[in-house]
Write a protein that binds this ligand. Structure first.
Ligand code: SAM
Length: 260
């Protein structure tokens, strides 16, 4: 069927998503798809992908990839889809990790933080840890595909790690009850353990503080957690040195050092 005719039949799916899926099935860039409405494609290849999208599956899982910090990462439903705001955390780690340090990325997921850090700061020794074996498989695949030097370790926070010099983490931080209010695309498709650590949303963060001290910690936090984080940090031997805001001026990255 002609691309333009296919587009007209795809009402209900965002036209931008249709173009990206057409790019994947034709193996051409999306700019080619947009400029070649008269070309023919096999609709049977597109149909099952549209079906999945109409059922609410995130586009990134259907495509099996997403972009992070200018690189392509493989993703599937074993990992959280890397978010643009996490690039702010990576930026802060690139700037602040001491030369030659061993950096641990706690809750590495797709490996987007660990792999990017290893590629942008080749002087660092980067270790990615996760409690999900499925996530570690995806992270290792991304590391191989992008030729990054990262060691991945199965670990509940830092329990399997001896050396900790600098910690970076985008931990699960959403309170359990709040997860139920999220968009179905997130709630029903992304791994529950990537979203929530428990009823308070602070459980993994507290574990990080308890196990990481005295190493400096860079943490991504949720919208509105900036007030609570200072108190939790203080109770667990850390102090907030800086709070970095995202493009919408919302505090999203906390820079912490050991208080004792
Ligand atoms: C919010 S996701 C972050 C994924 C990735 N770093 C990113 O920024 O896209 C949190 C990750 O922490 C992992 N995780 C949850 N609880 C954990 C624990 N107790 N120890 C280690 N990893 C954990 C999850 O499996 C998930 O991959």
């Amino acid at each position: 069927m002609r691309i333009d005719d296919l587009r007209k039949r795809c009402r209900g799916v965002n036209p931008r998503d249709v173009d990206l899926l057409l790019a994947d099935v034709t193996g051409k860039p999306v700019t080619w798809v947009i400029a070649h409405g008269d070309e023919y494609v096999d609709e049977a290849m597109l149909e099952p992908l549209l079906e999945r999208r109409l059922k609410g599956e995130p586009l990134q899982y259907i495509r099996g990839k997403t972009e992070f910090y200018g690189r392509e990462f493989v993703v599937d439903d074993r990992v959280l889809i890397p978010r643009p705001e996490t690039e702010g955390l990576v930026e802060a780690a690139i700037e602040r990790a001491p030369r030659g340090a061993t950096v641990i990325d706690i809750g590495t997921g797709s490996g987007c933080i660990a792999v990017t850090l290893a590629l942008e700061r080749p002087d660092l020794r980067v270790i990615g840890v996760d409690a999900s074996i499925g996530a570690l498989a995806v992270a290792a695949l991304n590391s191989r595909r992008l030729s990054a030097k990262v060691r991945f370790v199965a670990s509940d926070v830092l329990t399997a790690i001896k050396r900790r010099e600098f910690i970076v983490s985008n931990p699960p931080y959403i309170a359990e009850a709040i997860v139920e209010t999220l968009a179905t695309e997130v709630r029903d498709h992304e791994p529950r353990m990537a979203l929530t650590p428990g009823p308070r949303g602070m459980e993994v963060i507290e574990q990080i503080f308890d196990q990481a001290r005295p190493a400096p910690v860079l943490l991504e936090i949720s919208y509105g957690q900036d007030q609570e984080i200072a108190g939790v940090a203080e109770a667990h031997g850390y102090k907030v040195d800086d709070m970095l805001k995202d493009l919408a001026a919302i505090p999203r990255v906390v820079v912490l050092s050991a208080a004792w």
